[in-house]
Design a protein around this ligand. Sequence first.
Ligand code: SF4
Ligand code: SF4
Ligand code: SF4
Length: 249
Amino acid sequence: MDRPRVAIFDFACCEGCQLQIVNLEEELLDLVDSIDVVEWREAMTETSHEYDIALIEGSITRAEDEKRLEVIRTRAKTLIAFGACATMGGVNMLKNNFDLADVKKCVYGKSANMPHLDTMETKPVDAVVKVDYKIHGCPIDKNEFTYVVRCLLMGKKPEIPEFPVCVECKAKGNPCLWDYGQVCLGPIIRAGCGSRCPSSGFRCFSCRGYIDNPNTTAAKDVIEKHGLSVEMLKSKMVLFGTGQGPTNA
Ligand code: SF4
Ligand code: SF4
Ligand code: SF4
């Protein structure tokens, strides 16, 4: 691809994944030599309706967001959802567990019925438009971000891991946190983060979403070996687990 035009858009999110892009620092300068960034609200004032690649951060939580996203899709040759909010709804999906009117009242109090605070059940980007590639994580791994962009520049399909976090964790020689009383979701969650959390002594809490074919039998064996129930495991998956299916693009 010859110096493609790239636009970055955000929807409902904390913008932490865009911050990961900013955090690329010198590598970001290299990258912008190879691409033409035509819109990026967080970093520039210019806007454009003409772009080849659209990068979408955030989940879809309003009817007007669906319309905006559909327009972006019609303009972009390639659309990439980046960050858990975009790839699987992320933490914003939590609200789908409750009555929407109650959620609005809890957040906005007396102002809950003002028209500009209208909301709907949270959707990941691919529930609204076709997504070509996904960059998982909350936040994204900045190295994986540059890998995906560089693959596209070279006309290659990026390879996103289709194996669990445990593989990266074991390769690092980490002790298993299940043996230290933590309910780690590594056996069923997509690798690619370098087992970031278990390598720091904290359980994987599933921000990259499920792998496509989790070894549920092995996971069940681990749960039973440690005297826990599937229900308890599910209770540890609420943060990123609401309404989740496999997350691969
Ligand atoms: S995925 Fe996480 S870090 Fe990225 S925008 Fe959403 S909440 Fe923020
Ligand atoms: S600590 Fe978690 S990721 Fe690491 S091997 Fe154990 S279950 Fe897998
Ligand atoms: S270890 Fe799990 S929770 Fe932590 S970054 Fe990786 S996928 Fe996300």
